[in-house]
Design a protein around this ligand. Sequence first.
Ligand code: ATP
Ligand code: MG
Length: 462
Amino acid sequence: MITLTIGRPSEKQRIFLQDTHKHVGYGGARGGGKSWAIRTKAKLLGLKHPGVKMLIVRRTYPELQKNHIDQLKAELVPDVARYNGSEKRMTFKTGAIIDFMYCKNDDDLGRLQGAEYDVIFIDEATQLTEYQLKAIEACCRGVNDFPHRVYYTCNPGGQGHGYIKRIFIDRRFEDGEKPEDYSFTQALVQDNAALMEADPDYVRRLEALPPKLRKAWLDGMWDIFEGQFFEEFRDDPSHYLDREWTHVIEPFDIPPGWRIYRSYDFGYAKPFSCGWWAVDYDGRLYRILELYGCTGEPNVGVKWTAQEQFKRIHEIEAQHPYLKGKHILGVADPAIWNAESGESIADIAAKNHVFFEKGDNARITGWMQVHYRLQFDDQGIPMLYAFNTCKAFIRTMPLMMYDEHKVEDLDTDLEDHCPDEVRYMCMARPIKPTIVKERPIIGDDPLNQRIPKRKSIYISHG
Ligand SMILES: Nc1ncnc2c1ncn2[C@@H]1O[C@H](COP(=O)(O)OP(=O)(O)OP(=O)(O)O)[C@@H](O)[C@H]1O
Ligand SMILES: [Mg+2]
């Protein structure tokens, strides 16, 4: 008979330990007792289910060792289990196993070739990419009576932020994902009585963080996070100076004199993105309509060939009340004129009566243009708005993150086709930055925490 003292879970950890969904999410802030919860669940399952195969994943080996291997070795070896360092495998006396894996790069997934696990724990899941997370999830299978589950613990921010937020926070499911399979328990540091008692200063250290990081790590907010590329983007109107400071607005009828543009980014493995824009007499852009989807794997939205995309674009332009009868100026990624395989994407577009000018693909200058346009002036008015029907824009803009190596660029592994097409649009009508007077900074006003406090901010009125 094996006896093991587990300790006492917090209320949130108890919910996590008892959760029987196929996909169990936990955390959302720092210090909520996430790694403890994973280790404890693994121990309980290892004792209860002789022979169960478990996997604990973390992004890097040092993190894996510090948070899991060393601690489980201290708690389980030699009375309950033995550990094989070269295999990175813990074998319980019950026959249950825990394998430990790190996944820093896609190459690390090679070690999962043909692997099957009954239960998988992914600690700090937002640190992995969606591709990596899905490849790991796919190993949760087996023909036996053991529970088959994937547990994810997470903090906001990181390459997998968008995916984890979609399935656990927004609960926006795609084909093949069943809503009843997913549950999430939010645990903040305040829910971790053990830590609050052992290290009362920990909360004060979180409170002292810069605003964005504090909101993410202390309050578990998923809308703002460190490393976010368009941190000025807002889709939840905050009231300030009697105005709604937002980029997302209700649709309205487009005045007949406004010019109309179409921006387009071709996608094969990633989605294609097409946006339609109206320009007011001050040069302000309004994203009024969009068409978004993908022609290959992984599937996001519709799956159309280039031919089908342009056929649909042409139909929309012929029929939609905003666009019907308008002269539309098209701008697209210059790469669509490449014709290595005979016919270029631009040729296919033209055959379908969809015409483009070559967009300016200077990335850094282009992103600066998008930033200039998103910046609010001192009355809360930006130079770029989107109608609230433009779902791909509203969803993907806040998910963009800085590239780790090219600091002024965004991480191109993310779902960036809509932002790319926005960039071509902004480069088609570049605006000049001008310095506006300093925004008043009022105490702890939430807006001041969400808009960077700069000495001066760039705004164009041209
Ligand atoms: N139920 C518990 N009983 C005793 N100690 C606990 C319990 N839950 C967590 N702890 C301890 O509290 C501290 C923080 O917990 P843990 O490392 O699990 O949090 P975390 O959410 O993973 O934190 P981070 O975001 O920093 O990774 C650790 O020292 C852990 O051992
Ligand atoms: Mg942890």
